[in-house]
Ligand binder design. Structure first.
Ligand code: UGA
Length: 465
């Protein structure tokens, strides 16, 4: 049998745990290392500590086959590993830039116990220039250690993390060492092989059981999806990609405001604009704007790095301004029908930063809920996955409900804040019948206007009405 390298993944967040579970299911022996005992204990029981489609199943299987070894100990994992993926978090600093303390701590703790020949792979999103700093820190800890550093930014999206990891669109590798990049490429090739197997006939059942949706066969060969480049280039690919996507959304939202003033429908406009293959329809969906653990931090991080190097990044500052304005814009749209919010009963459907996740970081839905409370409204909310995580940032006066039908009962206005399928496909005639009022703000532009008007709603979207 082919001898596979042993892998350690440091950090068990969305990126770390998903990568660990997929690699373990691809046949690697994988240590998943974290400093949080609670997280490690949960993973040991065969499940993730956050919701992500198909992840529990993959973790369970990897624990059963003993390919996945959760541990708190660097001493247990690192000396046995040929490749270490660093996937630790980079919390926000006050100025919005990345706090790199965990990045450096993970590298230093690894260096202390590593053996010669290690490839240290940075998967966490870090500002350009960080890799060189990490290399320096490792050398400070262990001058004699023979290791190579590879920047390998991650592009998975929350809500489809497993799917994206298996169905990789591209692998970006940046390093001074060609050989190190080849070694990491070989690891990814195994994931690609697993993906092919899962989309094959014999594994069809496995795929539908564990992945929940069909994996598509990539049209490009694996080799054509691997991009090897300079270390700094790879670092800049990641934040630039996220910044561009955020820019696209803010662009769509700016045009949406104009659409509202001109009676155009932003969905129609962006269907037309996005049909140009040079532009593309993706990420041109107007609505309450972007949130999450990535776009807000990566965009402000990019602005801050650019400022440090005296490069203007006003294009991204404008994107942030537009995004910040969208919650207020949502309130404005509601106020076309609600002159005074005090005592008005408003239900917010969705609290996560987007559908398919329990993550509420920088959630525009929560900001809107809190804003409405501030204006005196009586706010209730329901989210299929994110209510527990929402409690920390949501105003305590917001009442959390257990279902759509419970939440909408007797409400004056309903806000579709997150486009969970459960909400978009709901029986809106029942919702209307259960409500006391008739105001509907579709903060994600996902509902059919004519249908909603026929049901008797007074409909407002973002860039359409
Ligand atoms: C984003 C990127 O899409 C991933 O490629 C990247 O790997 C990841 O960040 C990361 O850096 O780790 P994610 O934050 O999971 O992924 O979420 P997205 O699906 O990109 O959505 C971001 C936000 O934009 C959400 O709040 C979503 O509701 C909003 N959005 C997205 C829109 O308002 N309009 C759109 O057209 C698309």
């Amino acid at each position: 049998m082919e001898e596979l390298p042993t892998i350690s993944i440091v950090g068990t967040g969305y990126v770390g745990l998903t990568t660990a579970a997929v690699l373990a299911n691809s046949g690697f022996k994988v240590y998943t290392v974290d400093i949080d005992p609670e997280k490690i204990e949960t993973i040991k029981t065969g499940k993730a500590y956050f919701y992500e489609e198909a992840l529990d199943e993959l973790v369970e299987r990897a624990i059963e086959t003993r390919n996945l070894i959760p541990t708190l100990s660097y001493e247990e994992s690192i000396p046995n590993s040929d490749v270490v993926f660093s996937c630790v978090g980079t919390p926000d600093r006050e100025d919005g830039s990345h706090n790199l303390d965990y990045i450096y701590a993970a590298a230093e703790s690894t260096a202390k116990v590593a053996n010669d020949g290690l490839v240290f792979v940075q998967k966490s999103t870090v500002p350009v220039g960080t890799g060189r700093q990490v290399i320096k820190r490792i050398k400070n800890v262990r001058e004699d250690l023979q290791f190579e550093y590879v920047s390998n930014p991650e592009f998975l999206r929350e809500g489809s993390a497993v799917y994206n990891t298996l169905n990789m669109e591209r692998v970006i590798l940046g390093s001074d060492s060609q050989e190190a990049m080849d070694r990491v490429e070989a690891v990814y090739k195994k994931i690609d092989e697993l993906c092919k197997k899962l989309s094959g006939v014999n594994f069809g059942e496995y795929a539908s059981q564990y992945i929940g949706r069909k994996l598509k066969a990539e049209t490009k060969s694996f080799e054509d999806r691997v991009y090897k480049m300079r270390l700094e280039s790879a670092e800049l690919v990641k934040v630039s990609a996220n910044a561009f996507l955020a820019l696209k959304i803010s662009f769509a939202n700016s045009i949406a405001k104009l659409a509202d003033k001109t009676d155009a429908d932003i969905n129609e406009v962006m269907d037309g604009v996005g049909s140009d293959t040079r532009i593309g329809r993706a990420f041109l969906y107007a609505g309450l704007g972007w949130g999450g653990g990535c776009f807000p931090k990566d965009v402000s991080g990019l602005i801050s790095v650019a400022n440090d190097r005296e490069v203007g990044m006003s294009i991204m500052e404008a994107a942030v301004d537009v995004n910040d304005s969208m919650v207020k814009y949502g309130v404005e749209k509601l106020s076309r029908h609600i002159k005074d919010f005090s005592g008005k009963k408003i239900v917010i459907l969705g609290l996560a930063f987007k559908p398919g996740t329990s993550d509420v970081r920088k959630s525009q839905a929560i900001k809107l809920a809190n804003k409405l409370v501030e204006l005196g409204a009586e706010v209730v909310a329901y989210d299929p996955k994110a209510m527990e995580e929402a409690e920390e940032t949501l105003d305590p006066s917001v009442r959390l409900m257990n279902s759509v039908s419970e939440a909408v009962d007797g409400m004056d206005a309903v806000v579709l804040a997150v486009d969970w399928k459960e909400f978009v496909d709901a029986d809106w005639s029942k919702i209307k019948a259960a409500m006391a009022g008739d105001v509907l703000f579709d903060g994600r532009n996902k509902l059919d206007i004519d249908e909603m008007m026929e049901l008797g709603f007074r409909y407002e979207g973002v860039g359409r009405r």
